[in-house]
Design a protein around this ligand. Sequence first.
Ligand code: UDX
Length: 440
Amino acid sequence: MKITVIGTGYVGLVTGTCLSEVGNDVICFDTDSAKIAALKEGVIPIWEPGLEDMVHRNAKAGRLHFTDDIEVATRFGTIQFIAVGTPPGEDGGADLQYVLKAASNIGRHMTDYKVVVDKSTVPVGTADKVRATIAAELAARGIDTPFSVVSNPEFLKEGAAIEDFMRPGRIVLGADDEQAALNMRALYAPFQRHHDRLVLMDIRSAELTKYAANAMLATRISFMNELANLAEKLGADIEHVRKGIGSDPRIGYDFLYAGAGYGGSCFPKDVKALIKTAALDGGMDMQVLAAVESANQQQKHVLANKVKARFGADLTGRHFAIWGLAFKANTDDMREASSLTVIQDLLAAGATVTAYDPVATAHAQQMLQGKGGISYANSPLEALEHADALLIVTEWKEFRSPDFDSIKASLKSPVIFDGRNLYDPKWVRGMGFEYLAIGR
Ligand code: UDX
C-alpha cells in the first residue's frame, strides 16, 4: 500500500518505518527540513532500540522515503497518517493546531480517495474537526473527492516502540465507514499474530480509549506512590505490598512500581488534557484524575526532600551524584523527567550535582542550559567523586548490580537515595550503606 506519515516524531517515525518493514511504500513528511535532510542521510533524531537499522534497511530497499514537500507527501499515500505533536496548550488542553494544519494540507492537495488516520493523541471530537477541515479545503477547490477519517491511537512505549508496533497487544480502530475499516484491516494484517488484534469501534470511543489507557496507568502509579509514602510512615515495605497485591490477577504486576513520579511525553500531558476535556466538553470535574496529577507533582519532590531531611534544608557546600536523567530507562527522552525536579530542588537548596546517564546527557544539557552547579560524568563511578551521597533516578540496567565497594570508596559518606527501589534494602544496608528508598 502507499502510505504517507505526516510528522516524524516518535510515533510518526516508528509507524512509517515499521509499515515499510512489511513491504509498504512509505513517505514520511516533516516541516523540519533539517530533520528530513538528516533522515535522508540515515541520521535518526531519536534513540530507540532497533529503529536505526530498520530505517537504513528500508530506505536502502527503496520503500521508505523522507520529504519536506507537503504536496508530494499528501498526494502520495492512499493512507495518510497524521502523527504530529499535540503539545499542551496554555490551558492544559491539547493544542490541535498541527493536527488541523496537516488536515488542511491533505484537503488542499489530495486528488483521489484517502483514508486519513488520526494517530496523534487527540481529544474526543478531533476526528470531526479533521473531517470538517478537509471538507472545507475540498469545497474551496470546488471538488468532491471522497475521503474517510479514522482514529487509530498509538500505544507504543518508548524504548520498546519497535516491538510494540511489530507485535501489538491490540490495535484500536475507530471507523464510521466500511471502506476505511477494510483498508485499515488490510494495512494491519501483517501485524496480527495468531488471532485478530483489531478492536473496532466508533471514532469517539477510540479517541477516548487512548486517554483512558494512559489515565488508568498513571492512576495506578500515583496510587502506588501514595501507598509507598504511607508504607514508610507505617514501617511497611511497598515492594512486599506490590508483590502481595500484584499476585491477584484482577490487579496484576505491571505498572505497580512506586518511584520518583511518572514523566514522559504522554502520562503528564494526557492526564491534564483529559481533565480539561472533561471540564470543557463534559462539564465534569474529574476528581480521581485531579488527585492523580497532584500526587505526581508532589512525588517528583520526594527524593530531594529525603536528601534535605538527611543533610539539612540548606545544602550549601554539599555535592550529590545523580544516576539516571531520562524519564525512564532505554530512552534519551527528558520530557517531564523526574530528574529535572530532583536536580532543580537540590540546586535551589544550594547543592551542586554531577549527573550520569548512558544516553540522555545531551538532551539534559539542553534542558538545563544556563543552570549553574551541574556537571556531567562519562561513567557511573566518575559521577560519584566528591559526592556526599548517590541519588538513583532512572532504572537503567547498568545500575542494577553495581560494584558497591567502589561506590563506597568514592562517596564521601555511604548514603544512597534510591528513587527506583533497585536493591534489596537488607543487602545494601548489610554492606554498610545508609539506604533510603521509596516506601520501604
Ligand atoms: C506510555 C504508555 O505506556 C504507552 O502505552 C503510551 O503509548 C505512551 O505513554 P511511555 O511514556 O513511553 O509510554 O512510558 P511508560 O513506560 O509507560 O512509563 C511512563 C512513566 O511512568 C515513566 O516515568 C515511568 O518511570 C513511570 N512508571 C512506570 C512508574 O513510575 N511505575 C511503573 O510501575 C511504571
